[in-house]
Design a protein around this ligand. Structure first.
Ligand code: NAD
Length: 248
């Protein structure tokens, strides 16, 4: 049995992850960690009282970097679902994972459909000069743009170095109207709205045609198969992985 701790256990994702771990045949929910509620408050406190094999983190952008550094410095394997990590922070976590030979998997999105959306967007990228990303989330999401949008742009940038922004000099009458510029000059637009869970549309265009790739999460259960797959991988290996597509 893989002993699992869930950090952020009382959150929207954390609660779903606790149920999924409890329902699985090969995992045991060893500890719940959350700054809210009557459970362990920190990973350190939980690990000292109830050692576990893997911690799954679904907390918040301002907590995840310190949580992950603590784990890797103490050789505690970690699966990271929390988004908001910056490029230089991911680079440091990779170095710590390798130095300490401790498994670490970061996935901005654990749903198979969203991972396929990213992979298909990477495939499409080399055939189009124009591409923009619109991501739409519930209005309690703390970071923008989403980790999924950033990872999608990163994967598309591996297929094409630069995308065209428009086809003429542009003026923004309202600042931000054209979104934020990411890898390979891909524009990302973030929408926050009650009613959404997580959606993303990648729009490609060329003369006379528009090609759209869209994914909608209708229920947080869609992430659970990916989370459990990641836990099994991290429990067995000590490598650093950024993106679920690398273990599918
Ligand atoms: N990778 C994915 O597939 C995926 C999918 C959905 C959401 N997310 C990300 O997961 C994160 C959590 O999302 P959510 O909707 O569950 O948020 P949420 O606000 O509902 O839950 C976060 C929980 O973490 C707890 N928490 C905050 N800081 C903490 C800390 N330092 N230590 C322990 N607990 C702490 C909070 O008390 C809360 O219970 C966000 O970053 C979100 O973007 C990722």
């Amino acid at each position: 049995m893989i002993k699992v701790a869930v950090c952020g256990a009382f959150g929207k994702m954390g609660q779903e992850v606790c149920h999924a771990v409890e329902a699985s045949q090969d995992m045991e929910l060893a500890a719940k960690i959350d700054i809210a509620g009557d459970v362990y408050k920190t990973i350190d406190e939980a690990y000292k009282n109830t050692p576990f094999d893997v911690v799954i983190d679904f907390t918040q952008p301002k907590a995840i970097y310190e949580n992950a550094k603590y784990c890797l410095n103490n050789k505690i394997k970690i699966v990271i679902g929390t988004t908001g990590l910056k490029d230089d922070e991911i680079k440091t976590l990779k170095e710590l994972s390798e130095q300490n030979k401790t498994g670490c998997l970061i996935a901005p999105n654990f749903s198979t459909g969203a991972v396929l959306m990213m992979m298909f967007s990477q495939m499409a990228a080399k055939y189009f000069d124009n591409a923009e990303i619109i991501e739409l989330h519930h209005n309690q999401k703390k970071d923008a743009p989403s980790g999924t949008a950033i990872k999608t742009a990163l994967m598309m940038s591996e297929a094409k170095a630069t995308f065209k922004k428009g086809n003429c000099p542009e003026t923004e009458t309202i600042e931000g109207a054209r979104g934020g510029t990411s890898y390979s000059d891909i524009q990302i637009h973030s929408v926050r709205m009650p009613g959404y869970i997580a959606s993303q549309e990648v729009i490609f265009g060329s003369s006379g045609q528009i090609f759209k790739i869209r994914h909608d999460s209708m229920d947080r259960k869609c992430y659970m198969d990916g989370v459990l797959l990641a836990v099994r991988h991290v429990a067995a290996e000590n490598d650093f992985i950024y993106g679920l597509e690398n273990i599918l």
